[in-house]
Design a protein around this ligand. Structure first.
Ligand code: B3K
Ligand code: ZN
Length: 884
């Protein structure tokens, strides 16, 4: 593919240690909307005696006013200086001394910065986002993660509109001067530039303290929009819970005297772990029971935890280079999942994590952007904040935890943190440390870091009567990916147990104490002494991120669903029964020819009866959930979107109609005790909302739309809780009920001024699973509350259509593709990170039929012709078009 844009590919193998490092960075910001003056005074040290005599700094999107080295001015009008600037670098001839001071003054425009990288304005607030390479948009610097410096930051701002001035570390001075106010911050911990942060604005402040395990008092401050104090209370509680959990589980104590969290409205991602000053997308901070769903509460706790846990895994021990991203992210996701497991629900947390793997991550593995957990080459780093790096990475850490066990894992983890404290390290450093601490050889295990793609396990078993042994054979294979034709066998822990016909467990002698076996060759046989008729239960707790194919019958699944004590196996048995039905009917066009899913109906009847008789509601509800289209799509190599969505609809309808009475019973008997969030009430609301949906669907399917509408409207009007209200709104809109318009109107009247809540108005209409969603999105793009520069809004509308509505996106007439690509083209200049993210589903066009392939290919090709095409879009689209 011609690369007229001259974008360069960086290779992991090209890493070179820096020739210079920065020791101290003294930054002064004189803030104004369109001309913020940044003065930096940095002491650099030459690290390699024979290195070239020039220091190369990264810079982007800023106007350089002056440069001095050891007090001597540099001629910035010279040709070579100007030419370098065009390449986004400045090259400085360094003096003979091994340490010298570089002073630079430059001007940036936060107001116009819609990319939301570097310093920008979010709804009136000045804030920064530097990871991975945004610091160079603030001031010229050695912007790489292995250069660690101590920062001192002076912020000068107008008196009005900037009551709060924040940066990392401790406040050392504040006051007013010449009619402006200022604050000076010092961070005692050396850090890479990507962890720098600065915020200036007006906020409500929640204050609290946390006493650490050694008795130190840490002041906690949470900054939220004015008037939103109450909405910050849960996040503050979550900060304290995170601090306590990190002490209890891993013995890790917070290391600064203060910890600050700021919520901002315009943010590209979830949140950012800047040292001592986390900046958050307000979605992951601001919740109260009236305006936020149970899942929003759950997510706030988990993301607050995630960013806080980065303080050790990421900040104290940081990355040598960006190819090592998963080192901090996978460990931190693993840690936040364990936190949510301990503080919310282990089963729910595990099931959600598995769902991400089996929908988005498997999709990424099957796409042209497939990459290993440690990528070998990158064009735009922002494209690699991926489900592979984060979530598959966390599964890899979980497997290490499985192999070592909690005690050895904990010991190795502590040794890793103390050995590399204050250093920028690699995944290899991590693995070596874990090996030497635990004595476990991870040589072959490393393939999880080097090979992309999802391993398949084909299992089979026979019973050897003469020996009274069950012989289980497992075969592994992994399809080639773009950069790797041939895959070597992975080292796969397969957790398993054995179920007898009466539903009890039997533990054969051959099953190791830890409950798992290792599949480390292409094919392996395992023998277990058990009675004839024993059923092997494979891949308990989803012990490895693989696709398992095993010859279970529908009766086997029913048996496991009823008797197995593993949450994943229970849910997966239901999922497998659903998938069997879908695969059997995907080519069936005539709805009258669909059979009833009788066994699934019977199993669900039992579950629903258990629910009203005090079963585990969260788990029951997860088992009852019909898998999303995205999950089902990943069980096919080539995707017949129409056949699949038809089969899924019929399956859901048949379950709804046949189980109407049972769902009604659940709906009438199971009620949350309070509107406020608790795990218990979350479970009750979840199953009752599921019941509402199934009842409404059943009524609609039987021509009783008015009754469905009345039911849903009553639910909407009666509820005081956002989880319930949104369910009603979703059913009204998705089932096209008569009450739809009045509910939407009412919701708009009540919430249109509340951006976070009102995002739901857009999302619900963008996710109608039919062509109608495209018209909805088209007209909502000109809704007075649509702001195409606000990432949350864009994600709620166009992002929802693209990432959460395959049925609408893949309409055969190409309208979905057309709409998406138009928005991607618009966002190319506004916010390339968001554009590249929402474009993702189109990259896998080769998995669809010829006609869709042709349309998508044409759309992608025209994206390639955009003037000033961003590197992030270029990398994704060109890799999709290049695939043979
Ligand atoms: N480390 C940040 C992600 C920054 C994203 C840059 N494209 C959030 C997190 O994982 O905690
Ligand atoms: Zn993270």
């Amino acid at each position: 593919m011609e690369n007229k844009n001259n974008f360069k590919v960086m290779k992991r193998s090209d890493y070179k240690a820096p020739a210079y490092t920065a020791l101290n960075a003294d930054l002064t910001f004189d803030l104004s909307d369109d001309r913020t003056i940044v003065k930096s005074k940095v002491t650099y040290r030459r690290l390699l005696a024979d290195s070239r005599p020039s220091l190369i700094l990264n810079t982007e999107e800023s106007e350089i006013v002056s440069v001095k080295i050891n007090d001597v001015s540099v001629d910035i009008s010279s040709n070579s200086f100007v030419n370098n600037l065009k390449k986004n670098i400045i090259e400085l001839q360094t003096p003979n001394e091994s340490e010298f001071v570089v002073e630079i003054e430059n001007i940036i425009n936060p107001q116009e910065n819609t990319s939301l990288m570097g310093l920008y304005k979010s709804n009136g607030t000045f804030c920064t986002q530097c990871e991975p390479e945004g610091f160079r948009r603030i001031t010229p610097f050695l912007d790489r993660s292995d250069v660690l410096a101590k920062y001192r930051v002076t912020i000068i701002a107008p008196v009005y509109g900037c009551g709060v001035l924040l940066s990392n570390g401790n406040l050392v001075e504040k006051g007013t001067k010449d009619g402006r106010q200022f604050a000076v911050w010092e961070d005692p911990f050396p850090k890479p530039s990507y962890l720098f942060a600065m915020v200036a604005g007006t906020f409500d402040i929640l204050k609290d303290t946390y006493v650490t395990m050694s008795g130190r008092k840490v002041s906690l401050e949470l900054y939220v929009d004015r008037g939103s104090y109450e909405r910050g209370l849960w996040a503050m509680q979550s900060i304290k819970d995170s601090m306590k959990w990190d002490e209890d589980r891993w013995g890790l104590e917070y290391d600064l005297d203060n910890f600050k969290v700021v919520a901002v409205d315009f943010f590209n991602f979830g949140a950012m772990e800047n040292k001592g000053l986390n900046v958050f997308n307000s979605i992951y901070v601001m919740v109260d029971p009236v305006s936020a769903t149970d899942m929003a509460f759950y997510n706030v706790q988990s993301v607050i935890g995630h960013e806080y846990f980065h303080n050790y895994t990421g900040d104290r021990v940081t990355l040598r280079d960006w190819f090592q991203l998963s080192l901090k992210e996978s460990l931190t996701v693993f840690r936040d999942q364990e936190f949510s497991s301990d503080y919310a629900s282990r089963a729910l947390t595990r099931l959600h994590a598995i769902n991400v793997i089996r929908s988005s991550q498997f999709a990424e593995d099957a796409s042209p952007m497939a990459h290993p957990v440690r990528p070998e080459q990158v064009m735009e780093m922002n494209n690699f904040y991926s489900v592979t790096i984060y979530d598959k990475g966390a599964e890899v850490i979980r497997m290490i935890h499985t192999l070592l066990g909690e005690a050895r894992f904990k010991k190795a983890f502590r040794e890793y943190l103390s050995k590399f404290d204050g250093q920028a390290v690699t995944i290899e450093d991590f693995l070596e440390c874990f090996e030497s601490s635990s004595g476990v050889d991870l040589t072959q295990f490393r393939r999880w870091y080097t090979q992309a793609g999802t391993p398949n396990i084909d299992a089979d078993w026979t019973y050897d009567k003469a020996k009274s042994k069950l012989v289980v054979t497992m075969t592994q294979s992994t399809a080639p990916t773009k950069d790797q034709e041939k895959k070597e066998p992975f080292y796969i822990p397969v957790r398993l147990s054995f179920l007898l016909p009466d539903g009890s467990d039997i533990k054969p002698l051959e099953l190791p104490e830890e409950g798992f076996v290792i599949l480390d060759t292409k094919q392996k046989e395992f023998e277990f002494t058990v009675p004839e008729g024993t059923l092997p239960v494979l891949l308990r707790d989803f012990s490895a991120p693989v696709k398992l194919k095993a010859p279970y019958s529908i009766e086997n699944y029913q048996h496991m669903m009823s008797y197995c004590d593993d949450a994943f196996i229970k849910v997966d048995s239901a999922v497998s029964m659903q998938n069997m039905y879908i695969h059997e009917h995907v080519n069936e066009e005539n709805e009258d020819c669909f059979k009833d899913p009788s066994q699934l109906i019977e199993s669900y009847r039992t579950l629903l009866n258990n629910a009203v008789n005090s079963g585990d509601l969260l788990l029951i509800n997860e088992t009852l959930t019909i898998q999303s289209m995205q999950n089902m799509m990943e069980t096919f190599d080539t995707i017949d979107i129409d056949g699949l969505s038809r089969a899924r609809n019929v399956l859901e309808k048949k379950l709804a109609i046949n189980l109407y009475k049972e769902y009604q019973d659940v709906y009438e008997k199971i009620k949350a005790s309070k509107a406020a969030y608790s795990v218990d009430d979350m479970a009750k609301r979840a199953i009752s909302n599921n019941a509402l949906h199934m009842m409404a669907l059943s009524l609609v399917s039987e021509g009783k739309s008015d009754a469905a509408s009345a039911l849903v409207l009553k639910h909407f009007n009666r509820s005081k809780n956002m989880t319930d209200r949104l369910q009603a709104m979703k059913d009204a809109v998705h089932l096209d009920l008569r009450c739809k318009d009045s509910i939407l109107k009412e919701f708009e009247k009540e919430w249109s001024d509340d951006a976070l809540v009102f995002d739901n108005f857009f999302r619900v209409q963008a996710t109608v699973p039919s062509a109608k969603a495209i018209d909805n999105v088209k007209s909502l793009l000109s809704h007075k509350s649509f702001d195409g520069n606000n990432p949350n809004r864009v994600r709620a509308l166009v992002g929802a259509l693209s990432l959460s509505n395959p049925v609408a996106l893949h309409q055969i007439n190409g309208d979905g593709y057309e709409l998406l690509c138009r928005e991607v083209a618009r966002l190319n200049n506004v916010n390339p990170s968001v554009a590249a993210r929402i474009l993702t589903p189109l990259l896998s066009f080769r998995r669809f039929d010829k006609k869709r392939q042709e349309i998508i290919k044409e759309k992608l090709s025209s994206l390639m012709n955009i003037n000033d095409l961003s590197r992030s879009i270029y990398e994704k689209v060109s890799s999709a078009l290049a695939e043979a």
